[in-house]
Design a protein around this ligand. Structure first.
Ligand code: PLP
Length: 416
């Protein structure tokens, strides 16, 4: 079947032809590439084209595709059955690994997606504080639960309005979205809503308006204000967890939240999410407490086996973090010399912004030249490079990528 036929057929049966909107390649202006398999840094299309993958299942595959240890762990677990709906030792084992690496996580609960993790963490923060309001930041994406779509990044950034149809105004009213990197706006809002803010929810390094870095002192100020006002600080580390180091962004910056949400990497490419934090807060969850949260497939045996293999692999190869960081920093420096377009980078992540201005918040991220993006994207695709197919996204490398792979992107800039 030809490339376009695959999408045409998918559209007859799947809503929009995809199971997640950004995959549809709307921003690229052509049908999506259907993938068949992945190995290491490569992903292979149904039509046998091979791409160096910088999307890596949206950051989940830090060890690359089809990592042998992860594959073996999943195969062994599948041999014992796929789900029990009862406790298993591997849930405790993965929880131990997570809290050894991220010390602020004294207790954890595994769920099936990042969306579920953040939705549950917010409910817990509300239950713990007895307050309703949630403060988030423009352009941060925290999954697709109703209240958190307000001024969200990632695929929501492509919608015409700032949230989604189908979300009642009453629900969004409890969500206050502020400009990122603006501590005064946060301070003003907390004062105005005196005693009403349950939590401040933040991507410590936003990766869903493209990659944006916190200005020096911003996260520290957020921590100070939330502590001072008895507000639960939630770091959404669904992307940055185990990506910015074993300790995530909180380890990287030395700023400790009350609750953390995780996803992606800790499931090795299987459906996963987790939220965890201070024991005192986590104890409010059912069955110990009265904040309800549950899941038929939560802590799934295949996911737990994959997650354990990934985290053990990262612990054994922790020097890979510095190597990946250097690769990306070198790439960014060379990109700046070769292209007028802005690049932001941190750890093993980078984003090209199709503007010549620095980008430090959502306003900056939205002001991109979409035509230039399309042209560059298609040039990369033609050269065997698979980047995330939209402007407000982040590219990732894995432990399997090398300097030569990033050189391919540089060549695409020079061929303008
Ligand atoms: C920071 C962040 N939080 C939450 C989510 C939602 O995770 P999921 O897509 O697994 O529901 C994402 C997804 O990209 C994310 O980047």
């Amino acid at each position: 079947m030809k490339r376009n036929d695959l999408f045409r057929e998918a559209k007859r049966y799947l809503a929009g032809g995809v199971d997640s909107p950004v995959r549809a390649f709307k921003a690229v202006g052509q049908p999506p590439v259907f993938m068949k398999k992945g190995n290491g840094k490569y992903i292979y299309a149904e039509d046998r084209r091979r791409f160096t993958d910088f999307c890596l299942s949206w950051g989940a595959l830090i060890l690359g595709h089809n990592d042998p240890a992860v594959r073996r762990a999943v195969q062994a677990a599948a041999g014992n059955g796929t789900s029990f709906g009862a406790p298993t030792r591997n849930e405790t084992e993965l929880a131990k690994l997570v809290s050894a690496c991220v010390p602020s996580i004294e207790r954890v609960r595994f769920v099936n997606s990042g969306t579920e993790a953040v939705m549950s963490a917010v409910r817990l923060a509300r239950g713990f504080t007895g307050r309703d309001a949630v403060v988030k930041f423009d352009g941060c994406y925290h999954g697709h639960s109703d209240g958190l779509l307000a001024s969200a990044g990632s695929g929501v950034a492509g919608l015409k309005r700032s949230s989604s149809s189908g979300v009642p105004d009453d629900v969004v009213r409890k969500t206050i979205s502020l400009p990122y990197n603006d501590p005064e706006a946060l301070e003003r809002t907390i004062r105005r809503l005196r005693g009403k803010v349950a939590c401040v929810l933040i991507e410590p390094v936003p990766a869903n308006m493209g990659l944006v870095l916190p200005r020096p002192g911003f996260l520290e100020k957020v921590r100070e204000l939330t502590s001072r006002h008895g507000i639960v600080l939630i770091f959404d580390e669904v992307i940055t967890g185990f990506r910015m180091g074993l300790g995530g962004a909180q380890g990287f910056f030395g700023v400790t939240p009350d609750l953390t949400t995780l996803g992606k990497i800790i499931g090795g490419g299987l459906p996963v999410g987790a939220f965890g934090g201070r024991k005192e807060i986590m104890d409010r969850l059912a069955p110990e407490g009265n904040v309800y949260q549950a899941g038929t497939l939560s802590g799934n045996p295949l996911t737990m086996a994959a997650g354990i293999a990934v985290i053990r692999g990262l612990i054994a190869n922790r020097q890979a973090y510095a190597r990946m960081e250097k690769l990306v920093a070198d790439f960014a420096r060379e990109w700046r010399a070769a292209s007028p377009f802005t690049v932001n980078c941190a750890a093993s992540m980078f984003s090209i912004f199709y503007t010549d201005r620095p980008v430090s918040n959502y306003g900056g991220a939205c002001a991109q030249d979409k035509k230039a993006f399309r042209a560059h994207y298609r040039r990369c695709l033609g050269a065997g490079i698979y980047l995330p197919p939209a402007t407000c996204e982040t590219s990732f490398i894995s432990v399997r990528h090398g300097a030569a792979d990033l050189e391919g992107i540089l060549r695409s800039a020079r061929r303008r």
